[in-house]
Design a protein around this ligand. Structure first.
Ligand code: NAD
Length: 337
């Protein structure tokens, strides 16, 4: 049984913890937090041993009536793999601790690519992470683009990707984020950082990305144009994408007109926290003119990287190959509608 530590128990960390717990070959040996709050209380209620991420603040947990199992170093030392799900930039600060304790680490997409040996997407480059000491699971948007590009590239060849990323201003719990009433080109100058980030997975790919930020919290929406190496019918692309484990083709009959209905759909389906682990591609948006493919996809920023973290754990441990790991992860989580 792989022992997995989670350092940083917020939006991503708590979801990764629950996903790890659902797997037959790994368990959560503990989670680390900086301060007591409702998430710390939930961690204890879920039965996850709680560790103090910052030793000087450990007393605050006792004052709040929360039992602490020890400092984060004790947790990391006992683990086979640590998943760092701390805010952007903090993972890089933690790297020296993981290295000193000899525990392989998984970082999130908010970190720069050079934080880890490999940037990771299970569909695209699982094998590169096998046995690595450090892996960075790429961001929610890069994960969404990589899952789409991999099958297109393998089946048809990709000449160029152009994507406009309409991004949520913040997660539902991020009350300080915005815009509240604006539409922001972000960044104004091209390219947005997403294209270069996709190149950490597909180094040779020609890709330009544009970013826009809008007053929404639910999901991101990608408007994608891929110039393929040959002419392909839209029906063929639909069949190709429908066969992908982590792409959900929203059928026209579902009458899902946007991210709000998608979240409602996930909640009705009984998804934990209303999570959508899959890229949600509108089936009827998949169209081709000559060699150009167009589509819209929605990406649930809080959860699409969660199965990828589980696969990254197996890649580091070298216990299953890509197909086996993705199959196990998806079956145990319930990925796919
Ligand atoms: P979050 O703020 O929701 O959670 C981070 C948690 O880490 C919080 O509980 C915070 O208190 C805790 N923390 C802060 N400093 C810490 C420290 N020194 N040690 C341990 N814990 C500490 O953030 P998040 O949204 O879960 O993001 C985590 C990482 O995942 C970032 O790199 C982010 O870019 C990436 N990511 C986020 C999203 C998203 O949409 N939320 C999507 C994909 C990737």
């Amino acid at each position: 049984m792989l022992q997995v530590a989670i350092n940083g128990y917020g939006t991503i960390g708590k979801r990764v913890a629950d996903a790890v717990r659902a797997q037959p070959d790994m368990e959560v040996c503990g989670v680390a937090k900086t301060r007591p709050n409702f998430e710390a209380e939930r961690a204890i209620a879920e039965g996850y041993p709680l560790y103090a991420a910052i030793e000087e603040r450990a007393d605050r947990f006792a004052e709040a009536g929360l039992e602490i199992a020890g400092p984060v170093e004790t947790l990391v030392e006992a683990a086979d793999v640590v998943v760092d799900a701390t805010p952007s930039g903090v993972g890089a600060e933690n790297a020296s601790m993981y290295e000193a304790l000899g525990t392989p680490a998984i970082y999130q997409g908010g970190e720069d690519a050079d934080v880890a040996d490999v940037s990771f997407n299970a569909r695209a480059n699982f094998e590169e992470a096998v046995g690595a000491d450090s892996v960075r699971v790429v961001s929610c948007n890069t994960t969404g683009l990589s899952r789409l590009i991999a099958p297109l590239s393998e089946s048809y060849g990709v000449e160029k990707v152009r994507a406009t990323l309409v991004r949520r201003g913040g997660d539902p719990g991020q009350s300080s984020r915005g815009p509240i009433n604006d539409i922001l080109p972000d960044p104004v100058a091209l390219p947005s950082h997403h294209g270069p980030d996709v190149n950490t997975i597909f180094p040779e790919l020609a890709i330009d990305t544009l970013g826009v930020k809008v007053p929404a919290t639910l999901m991101h929406l990608h408007s994608v144009n891929v110039t393929l190496e040959g002419r392909v019918e839209a029906t063929e692309v639909r069949e190709l994408l429908a066969a992908e484990d982590r792409l959900f083709l929203i059928p026209e009959r579902a009458a899902v007109d946007g991210a709000g209905k998608l979240k409602e759909f996930a909640l009705d389906a009984g998804r934990p926290r209303g999570d959508l682990w899959e890229n949600c591609v509108w089936a009827e948006s998949i169209s081709t003119t000559g060699r150009d493919l167009y589509l819209f996809q929605a990406i649930h920023q809080e959860s699409d990287v969660v199965p990828e973290n589980v696969d990254a754990i197996r890649a580091i441990a070298g216990t299953e190959d890509a197909d086996e790991s993705v199959e196990t992860t998806d079956r145990c989580l319930g990925v796919g509608f």
